[in-house]
Ligand binder design. Structure first.
Ligand SMILES: Nc1nc2c(ncn2[C@@H]2O[C@H](COP(=O)(O)OP(=O)(O)OP(=O)(O)O)[C@@H](O)[C@H]2O)c(=O)[nH]1
Ligand SMILES: [Mg+2]
Length: 355
């Protein structure tokens, strides 16, 4: 990736869109004259990429991660490796797949005794993990990982087990961005842009976390709703009868109706399009949205999702913007910030004198 992603709002044709963008740019105003603070609330279902967005803000606007942050992430990354390999080994049994004879014993050992020692992967465990990852049976289970709730990015770390097991391993930004730690509670990030305090609020997206959302609904300047587009082939972690993208859409429908957001602009991040692009070649979006008729065509599929979210959310008092992103790619999130600025200007212009 690395290209500036497309963005769109309220179904404008591309000619009209360009004209609107030009007009909106001209009307750029000094936020300081109108707002005491900017509060951005990030919502979306679990695993959609909300906290990844916050990590990108840390990289872009807060000088990146400290050494203390990196040490903490190193332990989480090692824990991710161990957990996901354990899940793969459990999958071997579930799918009735055979491992190489020697590896069978290693697998059993991992299930019984595999654990980190003071946040480190001991060298014998590192060897075992590498052998398992090299086993064709494990690779076969890995291709079925969506059925096992194993994160799509797990392979990113399995390819680096040796490096990550080094005692002095310090994760790169990319390693940190790929790490999966479900959010519990509310995380707030404060920083300043052009003399105005900005507050970005990230919440946990899993069902058990959502009752805490309402406490964050007041004084919002802009809503960001993150959608994992690749979730159309996955089932919900919390309820394996529900499709993830469907859950995201139903949640959005309910959330955007809230009176708190009636006049608030909203940016929909159509996230994980890297994964969506790969999946759509083999799996039709119809499995999630039966009315979709575009087949295995990425552009048609993404436009269908885009239009669903825009149509459901738009009203006369607010705009729904969309942007396609790979959340782990920093330039994509820089582009989101250009759109954030546009959406906030638009909000301020419409509500001038009432803020
Ligand atoms: N391939 C790919 N992975 C992504 C993308 N965005 C985020 N991820 C990964 O998806 C996983 C989940 O991201 P999080 O940011 O933790 O998701 P979340 O929405 O905060 O999840 P909760 O805290 O449970 O609500 C992480 O492992 C990220 O690295 C993307 O665009 N592409
Ligand atoms: Mg999170």
């Amino acid at each position: 990736m690395g290209n500036r992603p497309d963005y769109n709002h309220n179904h404008s044709s591309s000619k009209k869109k360009k004209k609107n963008q030009k007009k909106e740019k001209k009307e750029k105003i000094n936020l300081k004259d109108h707002l005491n603070q900017v509060k951005i609330l990030i919502l979306g279902a679990g695993d959609s990429g909300k906290s990844t967005f916050l990590k990108q803000v840390q990289i872009l606007y807060k000088n990146g991660f400290t050494n203390d942050d990196k040490s903490l992430f190193a332990s989480s990354i090692r824990q991710n490796i161990l957990e996901h390999m354990t899940e793969l080994v459990q999958g071997v049994e579930r799918f009735g797949i055979k491992l190489d004879d020697d590896n069978q014993e290693i697998a059993e050992n991992l299930l019984e005794n595999g654990s980190l020692i003071q946040g480190q992967i001991p060298s014998y465990l590192c060897d075992d993990l590498i052998r398992l990852w090299d086993d064709p049976g494990i690779k076969k289970v890995y291709t079925k990982r969506s059925e096992l709730q194993i994160p799509e990015n797990a392979g990113y770390y399995f390819d680096k087990i040796e490096e990550i097991s080094q005692e002095n391993y310090f994760p790169s930004d990319s390693d940190i961005l790929n790490c999966r730690i479900p959010t519990v509670g509310v995380k707030v990030m404060n920083f300043e842009i052009e003399g105005i305090p900005w507050k970005i609020v990230d919440v946990g997206g899993q069902r058990s976390e959502r009752r805490k959302w309402i406490n964050q609904f007041s004084d919002v300047t802009l809503l960001l709703y993150v959608v994992s587009t690749s979730g159309y082939t996955q089932l919900l972690y919390e309820d394996e009868n529900i499709n993830r993208l469907k859950e995201s859409f139903e949640l959005y429908k309910k959330t955007i109706k809230s009176t708190h957001f009636k006049k608030k602009n909203c940016i929909i991040l159509l996230n994980k399009i890297d994964l969506m692009k790969k999946k759509i070649k083999k799996k039709d979006l119809k499995i999630c949205f039966p009315k979709y008729k575009g087949g295995c065509d990425f552009n048609k599929a993404i436009e269908y999702i885009e239009n669903l979210y825009i149509k459901t959310g738009k009203n006369k008092k607010r705009k729904i913007f969309t942007i396609r992103t790979v959340g782990t790619n920093t330039p994509d999130i820089e582009s989101v910030f250009r759109l954030v600025s546009l959406a906030i200007d638009d909000y301020v212009i419409k509500n001038r004198g009432k803020l």
